[in-house]
Design a protein around this ligand. Structure first.
Ligand code: GLN
Length: 454
């Protein structure tokens, strides 16, 4: 813990930690020492972690990187962070992210961007988003692991951009209670760490049924670490042809082929499969996610939490809402609230939101069909490129940024587990990731396959 705290102090330029909790960390580390001395302590006892700012942490600022939650210190602890704490893990502080987890470059944060610890010459790169702080902190050895959340790729894309491993569990595997909601039918917490084994250890502590989240599954939590045999002989791995996109860089194509070969060499059977509705995934996601966000973010009204705008003489309650929300939300969040309100409006509900829900069911059915035909896991690239330069995409039109999520959003729409595994570097020496998608509730199996790829 002391070494991590010193490393965090020395790495301020990365912008990964937005709030540090050194006293609390040292206190928990001392308690962990006692537990270790007493014997029988859990795996995570004394392990220093970073926590994404989207998780509510008791008495510690939890702002979802938004101005609108300025000054908000929850009186409660999210279930996931409470479970990590109870397993002896030590929280070092809160990690930077895109505002309300909306973004793929960590540039929408009220705290400013995070810098990727990987560099080419002097070019500063994004660590990806929205869990950019988590990814950068793990990659730069500021902590041994971190929590992330993934609504459309926010664990897997930053993991790929920083050369670490990141798992989005099956929807319902980890409780969403106490995590600031973005799109409730897609959001899921998961571990980010240096390798697959560390992800397995973290997931075991994070997962489990929680009566406070009605969508959390009442299923036993397996020992994910014990399941890491890496023995994939006889397993069937699907390669979906629709993920071979026009204009895909050769290096990504080559990486994918290499991954396929590695799994084959390890004894897996490789089959070409079709997920025909893949091309509708991005538009479907960018209807459903903003729709749910517009509803979830209605609670930030200047009354209940955080920031409230200064009012002028004669201002009424509507002025307060309008001024508070105008000041409190950044541009991307406002864009999502407007899109979401529009697709849910009486005149357009059927044309957009209802249609997106139907297409979502078809996307899920594509995966169900592949699994029913005996596919155990699906291999795809994690991202369509390596990390891009800070500022490069933010200046382009927002759709350019959304295209980053092309390989990851299907997994959230279908509620499946997906993992990004570090898989080499591109010509410039930047990390690239491969994604494995598994059957629902079979994270143990998925982690074991990912272990073979590592
Ligand atoms: N980049 C996607 C978005 O902006 C995904 C974000 C996420 O997974 N939280 O919505």
């Amino acid at each position: 813990t002391e070494a991590c705290l010193a490393a965090i102090d020395g790495a301020e330029a990365l912008g990964a930690f937005v709030h540090r909790t050194p006293e609390l960390a040292l206190e928990r580390a001392r308690a962990a020492d006692e537990r270790l001395k007493a014997g029988g302590a859990p795996d995570l006892c004394g392990i220093p972690l970073g926590i994404k700012d989207l998780f509510c942490t008791e008495g510690v600022p939890s702002q979802a990187a938004s101005r609108i939650l300025e000054g908000f210190r929850p009186e409660y602890e999210s279930t996931v962070t409470a479970q990590l704490r109870d397993a002896g893990a030590v929280m070092l502080g809160k990690l930077n992210m895109d505002e309300f987890a909306m973004g793929s470059s960590n540039e929408t944060s009220v705290y400013g961007p995070v810098v990727n610890p990987w560099k080419v010459d002097d070019r500063q790169l994004t660590p990806g988003g929205s869990s950019g702080g988590s990814a950068a902190a793990v990659a730069a050895d500021l902590c041994l692991g971190a929590t992330g959340t993934d609504t459309g790729g926010s664990i897997r894309q930053p993991a790929a951009f920083t050369g670490i491993a990141g798992l989005k569990p099956t929807y319902g595997r980890c409780s969403r209670w106490g995590i600031v909601a973005f799109a409730s039918s897609l959001d899921q917490a998961g571990p980010m760490a240096k390798d697959v084994r560390d992800c397995a250890i973290l997931l075991k502590a994070m997962a489990g049924h929680d009566p406070k989240d009605s969508t959390s599954a009442d299923l036993p939590v397996p020992d994910f670490e014990a399941a890491l045999t890496g023995d994939i002989r006889g397993k069937t791995i699907g390669i979906p042809r629709e993920y071979r996109m026009d204009g895909m860089p050769e290096e990504i194509e080559a990486l994918w082929a290499e991954g396929r070969q590695m799994l084959e060499d390890a004894g897996a059977r490789i089959v070409d499969i079709s997920l025909p509705h893949t091309k509708y995934a991005l538009p479907t996601y960018y209807v459903i996610a903003p729709a749910e966000a517009s509803s979830n973010l209605a609670r930030y009204d200047g009354v209940r939490y955080g920031h409230r705008a200064k009012l002028a003489q004669g201002d009424g309650i509507v002025d307060m809402y309008e001024k508070t929300r105008a000041e409190g939300f950044g541009a991307e969040v406002k864009r999502r609230v407007m899109v979401g309100t529009y697709v849910l409006s009486a005149g357009f509900y059927d044309a957009y939101y209802n249609r997106a829900r139907k297409v979502r069911a078809l996307i899920k059915k594509d995966f169900d069909d592949a699994f029913a035909e005996g596919v155990d896991a699906i291999l795809t690239p994690a991202t369509p490129s390596a990390a891009f330069g800070l500022g490069e995409m933010a200046e382009a039109d927002p759709v350019q940024m959304y295209l980053n999520d092309v390989f990851t959003v299907t997994v959230n729409l279908a509620g499946l587990p997906g993992i990004s595994v570090p898989a080499g570097v591109d010509r410039a020496g930047l990390p690239l990731g491969l994604q494995l998608i598994g059957r629902p509730w079979e994270e143990a199996d998925l982690l074991s396959t990912a272990y073979a790829l590592e």
